[in-house]
Ligand binder design. Structure first.
Ligand code: FES
Length: 220
């Protein structure tokens, strides 16, 4: 009869050691599987429920009024910005519109500048540039607009891109006149969305006298 190698004090000890080693390896495997499951589950939850952002609601009332915008401005065009809400309100000879200041390149907030063609090599006396500043019946010649601080894109006052990597004009958003003469801007409602190469000056306007919009949306 063959001898059982574990049927001795040393064999029993070795048997216990092997059992303990197997249990340890099983435990490690179980912990690893549990960790992987937990990690995968958390990632799945994060995917399904993205972190809420603390952005302000899309609709807001400006701190400035129509009178602030139309004040005694010798340029006969006025621009007032709410940089916290990334919106600029522009008055030209045909009415009021609101530009959503989100650069169409990678989303930075462009800054308002009074000499937007400066340093770009663009001839600011050219008829092409002129058309973005001489709205019907207006004699506006100020080359104001927006310059993006991130990669240098430039936009004319009507938000048409003309320099830098921005692929298309910035969008316009809905703006209404409240009874107290402040403006109500809704960034959730795009009124003008232009594709790359669309350089036509949009005709959408809020009439500051009647408080009505003309409904001439673009691309929406
Ligand atoms: S984000 Fe404006 S130019 Fe790049």
């Amino acid at each position: 009869m063959a001898l059982n190698p574990y049927d001795s004090p040393r064999g029993r000890l070795r048997s216990r050691v092997e059992t303990t080693r197997r249990q340890f390896l099983l435990l490690i495997g179980a912990v690893g599987a549990l960790g992987a499951t937990l990690f995968g589950g958390i990632e799945l939850l994060k995917f399904m429920f993205p972190a809420a952002t603390l952005e302000s609601p899309p609709e807001f009332k400006t701190t400035f009024t129509l009178d602030d915008l139309t004040g005694n401005n010798s340029l006969k065009v006025n621009v007032l910005s709410d940089t916290a809400n990334r919106v600029t309100v522009v008055l030209d000879s045909t009415g009021v519109y609101a530009v959503y200041l989100v650069c169409t390149h990678l989303g930075c907030t462009p800054n308002y500048v009074s000499d937007v063609t400066s340093g770009t090599g663009v001839d600011d006396k050219s008829p092409l540039v002129d058309q973005h500043y001489k709205a019907e019946g207006s004699a506006i010649s100020t080359r104001n607009g927006w310059a993006c601080p991130c990669h240098g894109s430039r936009y004319y006052i009507d938000s048409t891109n003309f320099y830098g990597p921005a692929p298309r004009p910035m969008d316009w958003v809905d703006i209404q006149l409240a009874p107290d003469k402040h403006f109500v801007v809704n960034r959730g409602v795009i009124t003008v969305y232009r594709q790359a190469g669309d350089n036509a000056i949009p005709k959408w306007r809020l009439d500051p006298k009647s408080g009505k919009t003309n409904g001439q949306t673009v691309g929406v």
